[in-house]
Design a protein around this ligand. Sequence first.
Ligand SMILES: C[S@@+](CC[C@H](N)C(=O)[O-])C[C@H]1O[C@@H](n2cnc3c(N)ncnc32)[C@H](O)[C@@H]1O
Length: 179
Amino acid sequence: MNIQLSERLKTVASFLPKGAYFADIGSDHAYLPCYVCSHDQTARAIAGEVNQGPYESAKESIKRFGLEESVSVRLGDGLAILEGEHDVKQTVIAGMGGSLIKQILIEGQSNLKSIERIIAQPNIDERDVRRAFLQLGFQITSELIMEENGHIYEVIVGDKVKNTRTLSDEELLFGRFNF
Ligand SMILES: C[S@@+](CC[C@H](N)C(=O)[O-])C[C@H]1O[C@@H](n2cnc3c(N)ncnc32)[C@H](O)[C@@H]1O
């Protein structure tokens, strides 16, 4: 079955490596994990949702696309759904404000131990995401700005490093790669 995905989420997905094992926090219908795992038979994903309605929608999508083997869904707040997981390597947090993304990352930092890459797509307050990445030891390695249906979106990718480089006020606001 063909899974329709917005260009915004396809762009987010493009930053996942082949064979990814990732969590999509705030997954809503789980379209992103379903799209990725239907295009890459070696990928696996966990869709996380804090709200019952979107959680049920995610379960429905996974069943409809026949992806129960590769995509699981968990009900819980932010990164708490990764408690006890040691193999998940990437996390996506997309379609929310940057302050909420920052809150999810900071409050859930104990569950980021196995995470090598975070792909964030904040709708506003991008600076909060960059601050959280620095605080948590994720160096920004890619960023882009895109437009879809008259809306502008930013995608910010951070990879875990031993020492993060500090960012100037301008870089925090606009990113290192977006000038
Ligand atoms: C606007 S939707 C974005 C859905 C999808 N990620 C996208 O980019 O299209 C935000 C989703 O995040 C969920 N959400 C909000 N706060 C959350 C949290 N703390 N933990 C998990 N999910 C959360 C909401 O229930 C909602 O389904």
